[in-house]
Design a protein around this ligand. Structure first.
Ligand SMILES: [Zn+2]
Length: 280
């Protein structure tokens, strides 16, 4: 298995987190037009009903909500412009990213509250005219054992950072030990695909000069790679980070070239539920 995975097509999934009803359409268009022009699918992990006052783990206002007053939470359907834009670009694939994106929202253990947050989030997609997503991303990639078990029951694909024993349902431990032994980044529990990612390689906090090379290395060193980024990091403090946008667009060009050569396929998360794609 490991030998065969050194040859053959590599699969790449691009995941951009934190799109919500307050996200300017122009930002997404600026970042992703080069992908869409090349028919490369982009997965937007969309916050179904963003909480304006949400904070990051250090207590700072999250970069994906603008400063200012307004309703405490804003559902996706409140931005008809964004909804129209997402519908007009079917290569933007929607993934459910929490419910309100409260800090460590799915690190909770109360089964009823977990179910309510999944349900409310799914409803926000449906009321905006979308299908409920088949893929889930937890805010800050953080799960409790109970919320991870519930996510696996609801979703075909769960994308996270990494998996550690103490955050897994105990019934998964034997399967997890096997995954660790085989050094597999991705695994399955029941019908659900569980994906890890190699950290946020596409981040404004990393050196720009080496970023593209690091992305290329990550995308070619394993069978399937999830690359994670955050749209708002390209527009930090309201100013476009041109060098960073340049790296993202160079990635689009490289991925398109690798696809032409038959070495890489860029796929949406939903493809994992629809076709036979090798995970490792
Ligand atoms: Zn997020």
């Amino acid at each position: 298995m490991r030998n065969s995975s050194r040859n053959g097509t590599r699969y790449v999934i691009l995941r951009d987190d934190d799109t919500n009803a307050l996200t300017p359409v122009a930002s997404l268009e600026r970042l992703y037009r080069p992908f869409l022009e090349r028919q490369l699918p982009v997965n937007l992990a969309v916050i179904p009903e963003v909480r304006r006052a949400t904070t990051d783990p250090r207590g700072n206002r999250e970069g994906f909500v603008p400063a200012g007053q307004g309703e405490p939470t804003v559902p996706l359907a409140k931005s008809p412009e964004l909804v129209r834009y997402l519908k007009a670009n079917p290569n933007l694939h929607l993934v459910q990213h929490g419910c309100h994106h409260d800090c460590f929202e799915f690190a909770i253990s109360d089964a009823r509250e977990i179910a309510q947050r999944f349900e409310r989030g799914a409803q926000r997609f449906v009321e905006a005219g979308f299908a409920a997503p088949v893929t889930f991303v937890a805010p800050h990639d953080r799960f409790s054992p109970a919320s991870l078990a519930a996510a696996a029951e609801r979703f075909a694909v769960v994308s996270s950072g990494w998996f550690e024993l103490r955050r897994l349902p105990p019934t998964w431990w034997p399967r997890y030990a096997m995954k660790k032994f085989l050094k597999q980044p991705h695994w399955r529990v029941g019908e659900t695909v569980l994906l890890s990612h190699p950290g946020c390689l596409l981040s404004y906090q990393r050196p720009m000069e080496t970023m593209l090379a690091n992305l290329q290395r990550a995308a070619t060193s394993q069978r399937l790679t999830v690359l994670v980024t955050h749209w708002w990091e390209y527009f930090h403090d309201g100013v476009e980070n041109e060098a960073f946008v340049g790296v993202l667009h160079a990635l689009a060009e490289w991925l398109a070239e690798m696809e032409r050569r038959g070495e890489v396929r860029v796929v949406p998360f939903s493809a994992l539920a629809e076709e036979e794609i090798p995970l490792n």
